[in-house]
Design a protein around this ligand. Structure first.
Ligand code: C5P
Length: 312
């Protein structure tokens, strides 16, 4: 009798921007206590998982040459973590994962976490696992701090390492322009630089996240623009001083405000509407301050199958 091979599953997964990122002290485990508000953006990756006799990872698109395809790839680590969770032996991992990247690599937009999240959703379907999204998020949190958010999407308040999430009401579609830098920045390096800046002085810290929650509920991008704040921005700018120019250029081009996204170096500019975002993107492309410019909107849903049903 012929074995039935399940058809490949493709999952689209969003990037994220941090509208507010407050970094506390380093914990004993090396991670920093965060209070952050994430928004999932339409700039996304597509991940296909397929049953195969040749297991492994392939990467195409944005930054394809700088993504490792071996056992360290976060998507492959997601395969192993899910297999361990459901008791599948390692030597039976006959899965191929194909990443089509739109999210910049090491860009502060959680691209690696997105790929891990998408792999979990894709495999849960391929292997017909009865796991809820909360259960997938538990597995995801062991892989990276931003994996649970990539599973849920929307707009959310994150605490702990950023993995403990509560949804936040956002009454509007917000329009963004994203400026990709020439090269990525290592997240641990940026956190380390913030620790160094704090031991040498007292760089200003973002305030409470409450006004950001109110601005999101009001849906007014002008109100939200005044409140964008990121404790990691000073550290990213310290390591990559050219970002100062990029941030200025976006505002000169007509954005309401700009912020470094997460640990950077991608800069995210909030615009008043979709039309303004296109105009800002066009002007920023010509300003020579970054490698690539993209427009995006948010909030959008978390990782979900393309053209299939929504389970799990
Ligand atoms: O969890 P993730 O793999 O994304 O984290 C990458 C690195 O960023 C961690 O190893 C740590 O150095 C730093 N980090 C941190 N505090 C957080 C999240 C990440 O110090 N809350």
């Amino acid at each position: 009798m012929l074995a039935v091979v399940p058809p490949p599953v493709t999952v689209r997964v969003p990037s994220k921007v941090n509208l507010h990122l407050s970094v506390g002290d380093a914990r004993a485990d090396g991670f920093h206590e965060l209070t952050t508000i994430f928004q999932a953006l339409s700039l996304s990756d597509e991940v296909t998982v397929a049953a195969t006799e040749e297991p492994g990872v392939e990467v195409y698109g944005e930054g394809q040459d700088s993504v490792p395809t071996g056992g360290n790839n976060l998507a492959w680590r997601a395969v192993r973590a899910l297999a361990a969770r459901v008791g599948r032996p390692e030597d039976e991992l006959k899965v191929r994962v194909v990443l089509r990247k739109g999210i910049p690599v090491a860009g502060g937009m959680a691209g690696g976490s997105a790929d891990a999240a998408a792999t979990l959703v894709g495999l849960a379907s391929l292997w017909r696992l009865e796991l809820t999204r909360d259960e997938l998020a538990e597995v995801g949190a062991t892989l990276g701090s931003d994996v649970p958010f990539a599973l849920y999407g929307g707009t959310a308040l994150g605490t702990g390492r950023g993995e403990q999430l509560v949804p936040v009401l956002a009454r509007h579609t917000f329009h963004w322009v994203l400026a990709f830098d020439q090269r990525g920045l290592s997240t641990p390096r940026v956190f380390g630089e913030l620790d160094r800046l704090r031991s040498a002085g007292d760089p200003p810290r973002v305030g409470s996240h409450d006004p950001v929650v109110e601005a999101l509920a009001s849906g007014d991008p002008r109100q939200l623009a005044l409140l964008l704040g990121n404790d990691l921005q000073a550290a990213a700018v310290s390591l990559r001083p050219g970002l100062r120019r990029t941030l200025r250029a976006g505002v000169s081009a007509g954005a309401l405000a700009g912020t470094v996204s997460g640990s950077g170096p991608t800069c995210a500019f909030l615009c008043v509407d979709a039309e303004s975002a296109l105009a800002v993107a066009a002007e920023l492309s010509g300003a020579g301050v970054c490698r690539t410019v993209r427009v995006a909107h948010g909030p959008v849903p978390g990782a979900r199958m393309v053209g299939g049903d929504e389970s799990p």
